[in-house]
Each structure stands twice: as structure tokens, then as C-alpha cells.
Design a protein around this ligand. Structure first.
Ligand code: HGY
Ligand code: MN
Ligand code: MN
Length: 421
């Protein structure tokens, strides 16, 4: 079989019309009135979307299986079942004020590749598997990339199943409920950690780099490191009107001073470090009661592991003292070292882009992805497509269809080469 000719033939079968229709359909699950989506991990909208996705894939001859961590595997069989599969995919779960491309485009471009392989009449030697990795966003259950982390042995299954959402529902029950809801469509459980031959994830860049470079697509070198913390500040609630300042232990006064000091530790001239306080919860939260407790999150990122460790140590030192008479408790929720994708994968994508006559600059991912963990399990690569205004985790998130098609063509060429060898 002429591998290159076949990979170009599959790329040609990619249909923008079909991809656009699939994007619109998937955006209907958890649709928000502002055009965005709210499809939290393993919630009703996510399960309904999975039911639709399984229907689309099984019409192509793919089987559907779930693993114990909640990941969904849709597999087109290969001619040699003894070989480990070539895998693509991303995540269907979204942010609460999410856009219709983050994660969704990676899953639907993978589905479009399965369709294109069928249409091109290419018989993969290795099975071609599309995965919806469970709970990538980490909003309902923290931390993110939960499903892929358990699959790749980065997190334990039992500790993960015990994580509870704000309503007290544990992750394990949500996985079991999803499996029960899809029961009739699912085959045997997919074994955690089973060998994968290679993985390529297509994702929107979610940042400004490709747009600034005037490029529709990019080949990703790797993913920066990320650490999530929760910080609890404890004072004492008392009457807003009668309590003199000198007698107060005001958790909001303390948390604000600490937050400003933490941010100051992360300012760098090159604007490489990323520091975000995304959630800031005050209790009891009454207008006329001095706050007893503030719990806030820190999302800290940097492409260099040593720098990430050094900044983390400075944050820990700031939390190891009292602020405005309040005590501080720092808990690290998750830590992922930076990942560098192997040259075998980036070169494969560079070459395929060349054959397709596409300019695909290299860049590091500012966002984490399931590929961060899968890179520790098998050869992994990523294809990025341009994000309008670099905007993401926002209902107005947008990627032009032409850009999505170009990325899907590159994904198709890369996956086809891998599953014919
Ligand atoms: O937070 C992230 O980097 C990912 O987009 N969920
Ligand atoms: Mn994502
Ligand atoms: Mn995201």
C-alpha cells in the first residue's frame, strides 16, 4: 500500500460541510442562549452528546466501549487486531460558560477522519480509535484531565472515583450512571492502560499565537506545566457594625492582601508565567457579617519545570504566615510537569503538512490537554487550529470552518500514515 498516497486520499475526503453540521449538532447539547455551551463532565447533556456520537461512529462500523475512568472509545477495527490502535480524540465536556470548539472540535475532527477513511476506501492495518476523554475541564470534579490521567496511570482510580462535585456526587457514581445510561450501546469495558500505538489530538489553540502569525494551523511542540492550588483563609465572623478594626480577623481583608502578594511573585518581564485566581468564595457571604472564611484557587503555569517549582515555593512561603490575623491553608490540587512531544510525531506532522502544501508553524501549548498525560503512555502529537482573537473558555470562542478543515486534513494525513504501518 502506498502510505503517502493513501494518507493524501483520506485528507481529500475530509468534508467541511459534514464537519460544520456535526459542530452545530454537538453544540445543541447544553446549548446556552448566548451561543456557547454548558456541558459539564458526565452531566445529562454530556451523556446525551455521547449517545449521539456513538450513533454516528457505529454507523461507520465502529464499536463503542467505556473504561472504568469514564473515557469513551469508538474504534474502527484494523486488519491486524493484534496491533495496538492509533488513537485520536479530545473532550466533549465543557466549561460552564464554554465555547462550541474547545474539545468538541478535536472529537468531531476525529469523527470526520473516521468518515474520510471509510470514504477513501482505506483499510487501516491498525485499529483507528476516537476517544472522548472524560472530565478534561476539571470544573465539576477537580482536577482536570481526570479520565486520561487515570487511563495513563498518572492518577489512581479509587482516589479519582471518590472525588465529589459541589452537590456531593462522587465521580465514580457519575461514571457508573453514564455507563448505565449508554448500556445498550456499549461493548465490553475498555481496559485501563491498554497499549496505544500513537495519539494525535486536534485542538483549538485558545491563544493569540497562530492569529498573530497569520497561520490557520500549527504543529505543537509540547504543553507547558500546570499546578492548581486551593487556598483557605480563616478568620472569625462578627458584626460589621460593632466590631472595631483592631478586633477584627477579616478573612476577605486577609485574602485580598495575600492574593495581591501572590500575583506580585509571578510577574515576569517576558510575560511567560501564567497566574490566575479563577474562583474566590466568601463565607458566610452576608452583607453585614465580617467574613469568617475565604477559599480561592490558583492556576499557575510555566513551560519550564524548574521555574514552575521555584514560583510554587515562593507561593508556599507566602501562605506559611498569618495575614490580618487570619490563618492560611494551602492545598495543591494537581501538578503536571511540562510535556515535550517526540520528534517522531512532530516530524510526521511537519512532513504531512508539507505534502498537503500547508504552512504549519511550531508552538507550545499554553493550555493543558489530555495529550499531556497520553504523551507519557505513547508517541503523542497535537495539531492546533487558529482561535479568533485568541479567545476561549468564552461563548464567543470561534474557529473559521476553513481553518478547522485544514487542521482536520492534516490530522487525517497523520493518522492514516500511522494506522497503515
Ligand atoms: O485549563 C486548560 O488549560 C484546559 O483548557 N482545560
Ligand atoms: Mn480543551
Ligand atoms: Mn478548556
Amino acid at each position: 500500500v502506498d502510505v503517502i498516497a493513501s494518507s493524501l486520499r483520506v485528507a481529500e475526503q475530509v468534508s467541511g460541510e459534514r464537519l460544520d453540521a456535526a459542530l452545530r449538532h454537538l453544540a445543541g447539547f447544553g446549548a446556552r442562549s448566548d451561543g456557547g455551551v454548558a456541558r459539564l463532565a458526565l452531566g445529562a447533556e454530556h451523556v446525551a452528546a455521547r449517545r449521539w456520537l456513538i450513533g454516528e461512529a457505529s454507523a461507520l462500523g465502529a464499536d463503542a466501549r467505556m473504561d472504568a475512568a469514564g473515557n469513551l472509545f469508538l474504534t474502527l477495527p484494523g486488519s491486524d487486531p493484534t496491533l495496538a490502535p492509533v488513537v485520536t480524540g479530545s473532550h466533549v465536556d465543557s466549561q460552564p460558560t464554554g465555547g462550541r470548539y474547545d474539545g468538541a472540535l478535536g472529537v468531531l475532527s476525529g469523527l470526520e477522519v473516521l468518515r474520510a477513511v471509510r470514504e477513501a476506501g482505506v483499510q487501516p492495518r491498525r485499529a483507528l480509535t476516537l476517544v472522548d476523554w472524560s472530565n478534561e475541564e476539571g470544573v465539576r470534579f477537580a482536577p482536570g484531565t481526570m479520565g486520561s490521567a487515570v487511563y495513563c496511570g498518572v492518577r489512581g482510580l479509587d482516589e479519582t472515583r471518590a472525588v465529589r462535585d459541589p452537590d456531593g456526587i462522587d465521580y465514580g457514581s457519575a461514571v457508573d450512571a453514564c455507563r448505565d445510561a449508554l448500556g445498550d450501546l456499549l461493548g465490553a469495558p475498555y481496559p485501563l492502560g491498554a497499549p496505544l500505538h500513537a495519539f494525535i489530538e486536534l485542538h483549538i489553540e485558545q491563544g493569540p499565537v497562530l492569529e498573530a502569525a497569520g497561520a490557520a494551523i500549527g504543529v505543537v511542540n509540547g504543553i507547558q506545566g500546570v499546578r492548581w492550588f486551593e487556598i483557605g483563609v480563616h478568620g472569625r465572623s462578627s458584626h460589621a457594625g460593632t466590631t472595631p478594626r483592631a478586633a477584627r480577623r477579616d478573612a476577605v481583608e486577609a485574602a485580598c492582601a495575600l492574593a495581591v502578594a501572590l500575583r506580585a511573585e509571578t510577574i515576569d518581564e517576558a510575560d511567560v508565567t501564567r497566574f490566575t485566581i479563577g474562583r474566590f468564595l466568601v463565607s458566610p457571604g452576608a452583607v453585614n457579617t465580617i467574613a469568617e472564611e475565604v477559599r480561592f484557587t490558583v492556576d499557575l503555569r510555566h513551560p519550564d519545570a524548574g521555574t514552575l517549582a521555584a514560583i510554587g515555593a515562593r507561593l508556599e512561603r507566602l501562605c506559611a504566615r498569618t495575614w490580618a490575623g487570619c490563618t492560611v491553608r494551602l492545598t495543591e490540587l494537581s501538578a503536571s510537569a511540562p510535556a515535550v512531544f517526540p520528534a517522531a510525531m512532530t516530524a510526521l506532522l511537519d512532513q504531512a503538512a508539507g505534502e498537503l502544501g500547508m504552512h504549519a508553524p511550531r508552538l507550545v501549548s499554553g493550555a493543558f490537554h489530555d495529550a499531556l498525560h497520553v504523551a507519557r503512555h505513547c508517541d503523542t502529537g497535537m495539531v492546533f487550529v487558529r482561535s479568533n482573537e485568541g479567545l476561549s473558555h468564552h461563548p464567543a470562542e470561534f474557529t473559521a470552518l476553513d481553518d478547522a478543515v485544514a487542521g482536520t486534513r492534516l490530522l487525517a494525513a497523520g493518522l492514516t500514515r500511522l494506522c497503515l504501518r
